[in-house]
Write a protein that binds this ligand. Structure first.
Ligand code: URP
Ligand code: ZN
Ligand code: ZN
Ligand code: ZN
Length: 510
């Protein structure tokens, strides 16, 4: 049964209101270094009924308050993962982590909110939204939704409006790859960009040239390269660079902000860098697998090991990882996601004779906060304040829920982690909280450990124990017109007036 499965994973849980649910509605975190994106300071944090009430030194409380000592540790906003696929159906099967198990894993790793991608159901955005609300019914942490656009007509256009104005969705994803499935063409992308702009919604792209990927896959199969390494060989970085450049061009032409999901290569990153240098509003999201891994696993002689690294765009050759880290540390890329989409080894085995049939996706929702701390902060590439920005605050700003999320301020939601920089972590499939039987970071160790996670004012992770409550997670509505849209209308007005400058023409007869 499911309850056995979770107990084995070290999770205690109960129905809302039962004994194990809320440790306390009043919590004082004492003596830690409180880190926000703009500064860090030694202070206490007082929480009541799910909200941060006070952030200042020497807060005195009564004995009905749970006190956590954070001396020598960092007190930071819980992570927000901008890119997950829980209980996603890829046409053949459903991923192994649903909203409950995926979120439990997230909480054990210091992430307290995620934004998942809704897929339309039989072409309907509304039906897709309802289906995902059902999938998320047992949520144990807060979540939001992006919506995927897979075709174009008047109904889709109208439904986009409903999603933004009534359903709390402020972003739409377009797949430029997965030919024959969810891929859209440039005409649909242009329509979508125009609609996004008019609604103040953010357009997101999966940027790979899907026609060329299709051709590359055929090429590999014809050469007899049917194993997981064929996945990487069939869709090289240049195809990601091309699609990134094309999406940036079209968004620039429409003059609307663009968010490039899972930036995996130097090629794509450099297109973003160039556009940003020219003043275009382009956001680039690397994901943990792109920062922490290289493609060598795809060449592992053991199929189960190699197949677990299959995701799209592919994890790249060594060197891309370091370049993406550098781009993140200098602000060329702005925030880190995971693209968490997990399939166990029996599901991955669908592609044992043909890499094209291996379900795409890797884990990361539990590992993101630890790996980013180790790779970026512990290595000296960024500060703790930057860490908060790229794991939480920037996501909250882009999706327009700051400072309710992404900050430790009085009035913010009490989504908080305590990270001990002197403690260490080790990642194994045996000890992780995902339902997957493998982990792409198997055996990886690093410094910095999330010792406590507080979500919605509840202590849900402490002493390596999860105490989560199904149904306690809330759907977070995200309003349109984030800061990325500020001044866009002025740019449009300037462009229009430049077109209307009179042209003086002379008759050729005089
Ligand atoms: O391989 C991946 N990334 N699977 C999830 C779907 C997507 O492309 O984001
Ligand atoms: Zn148990
Ligand atoms: Zn994608
Ligand atoms: Zn994805």
């Amino acid at each position: 049964s499911e309850s056995n499965q979770f107990c084995d994973a070290g999770i205690e849980y109960g129905e809302p209101g039962c004994g194990i649910s809320s440790s306390s509605s009043k919590i004082l975190i004492k003596g830690g270094t409180v880190v926000n994106a703009h500064k860090e300071e030694v202070a206490d944090v007082y929480v009541e009924d799910g909200i941060i009430i006070a952030v200042k030194p020497n807060i005195k409380v009564g004995d009905d308050v749970t006190v956590l000592d954070a001396t020598g540790k960092f007190v930071m906003p819980g992570g927000i993962d901008p890119h997950t696929h829980l209980a996603v159906e890829n046409g053949v099967l459903e991923s192994i982590d649903d909203f409950f198990s995926g979120q439990a894993a997230a909480l054990a790793g210091g992430t307290t909110m995620h934004i998942d991608f809704v897929f339309p159901v039989r072409g309907s955005l509304t039906a897709g939204f309802e289906a995902y609300k059902k999938k998320a019914k047992n949520s144990c942490m807060d979540y939001g939704f992006h919506m995927t656009i897979t075709k174009w007509d008047e109904v889709v256009s109208k439904e986009m409006e409903i999603m933004v104005k009534e359903k709390g969705i402020n972003s739409f994803k377009f797949f430029m790859a997965y030919k024959g499935a969810v891929m859209i063409n440039d005409e649909i992308l242009l329509e979508g960009l125009k609609k996004c702009k008019s609604l103040g919604a953010l357009a997101m792209v999966h940027a790979e040239n899907g026609d060329a990927v299709y051709e590359g896959q055929k090429r590999m199969i014809e050469l007899g390269i049917i194993g997981p390494e064929g996945h990487a060989l069939s869709r090289p970085p240049m195809l990601e660079g091309e699609a990134t450049s094309r999406a940036i061009c079209l968004a620039g032409f429409v003059n609307t902000p663009l968010y490039v999901v899972h930036v995996m290569s130097i090629d794509a990153m450099e297109e973003i860098a160039t556009a940003r240098k020219q003043g275009q509003r382009v956001i680039g999201e690397p994901i943990v697998s792109g920062l922490a891994l290289d493609e060598s696993g795809l060449w592992d002689p053991d199929f189960v090991t190699a197949a677990k690294f299959v995701m799209s765009p592919p994890i790249r050759a060594s060197g891309h990882d370091k370049a993406l880290q550098a781009a993140l540390s200098t602000g060329i890329l702005q925030l880190v996601g995971t693209d968490h989409a997990t399939y166990n080894s029996t599901q991955k085995a669908l592609g044992i004779d043909d890499f094209r049939k291996i379900p795409n996706g890797v884990n990361g929702i539990e590992e993101r906060m630890h790996l980013v701390w180790d790779i970026m902060v512990e290595s000296g590439q960024i500060s703790a304040t930057d860490y908060v920005r790229i794991t939480s605050t920037e996501c909250a700003r882009i999706f327009n829920i700051y400072p309710r999320k992404g900050a430790i301020f009085p009035g913010s939601d009490a989504d908080i982690i305590i990270l001990n920089p002197n403690s260490s972590f080790e990642i194994t499939a045996k000890s992780h909280h995902s339902r997957s039987d493998t982990n792409v970071y198997e055996g990886r160790r690093g410094k910095g450990k999330v010792e406590v996670t507080i979500a919605g004012g509840r202590i849900v992770w402490e002493n390596d124990e999860l105490k989560v409550v199904p149904g306690s997670g809330k759907y977070v509505e995200m309003p349109p017109f984030s800061y990325l849209f500020n001044g866009i209308d002025k740019g449009d007005a300037k462009y229009l007036s430049s077109l209307q400058a009179p042209v003086k023409r002379f008759k050729s007869t005089d």
